[in-house]
Design a protein around this ligand. Sequence first.
Ligand SMILES: [Zn+2]
Ligand SMILES: [Zn+2]
Length: 137
Amino acid sequence: MRSSSVNQNILKVLTQDQSHLTAQQIYEQIRDNLPAVNPSTVYRALERLAHAGQVSVSDMGQGYAVYEMVGGEQHHHLVCQDCARVTTIDEKIVHNLFDNIGQKYDFQVCTNHLILFGRCPECQKMAERQMEEGVDR
Ligand SMILES: [Zn+2]
Ligand SMILES: [Zn+2]
């Protein structure tokens, strides 16, 4: 198996799917095209691509890395630490924040994938209810 064709397949999968994919999910999609490929070949290729700056690696708080194409639309997320729900933040809000930071600190923010951890509305409600009922988790 030539590694270049594995690389090409990875980039194709990431280009087609604009969301975040785990190494396992990428492997499963590539396997349809290249049935003989083994997972460790895909994982190593992903590491090389990330190192070369062609794909980005993020920790979305679930304890594993997710990969996506570099150079796509900038986007930022809110990730619920309780249920792992991912919400994309309105680009304008983040743009204003980065603008303000730029003006105040003369600092050009290059982060193109900001992830803020917290608690989604449903989990906040759940937590409140548990507080009221005095239930220990
Ligand atoms: Zn993302
Ligand atoms: Zn939640």
